[in-house]
Design a protein around this ligand. Sequence first.
Ligand code: FES
Length: 105
Amino acid sequence: MSRFVPVAASTDIPPGEARAYVVGDREIALFNVDGTFYAIENACPHQGGPLAEGFIDGPIVTCPWHAWCFDVRTGSMTLGALSSVDAFEVQNDGSTISVSSEPRV
Ligand code: FES
C-alpha cells in the first residue's frame, strides 16, 4: 500500500532545480517546475544516470550522462516510447513536500 513520505520543505528546492531523496527503497528526483513539484525515479533507464543532476528546461530533464530526455510530469521519454521512468504522486501542503512510496500506475 502506498503512503506519502515527507521529504523536503517547499523552500528547499528553488524553481528550475531538483534534489534527490530516498523514499522507502527507491531514490527519487524531486523537481520544482515553476512552483509545482514532480517526482520521478532518479535512475535513468539507460545506464542509471542521476536525473536530479540533469539539465532542466521547464518540465523536461536531460540526463547528465548521455542526454536522454524525460518529461518530469509523466516520466515519459520525450522522443517516444523507447523507455520511461516511474513517476510518483506529490503532495504539497504549502510547507512540506511529500512523495508517494509507490509509483503511479
Ligand atoms: S544514463 Fe541517462 S542517458 Fe545514459
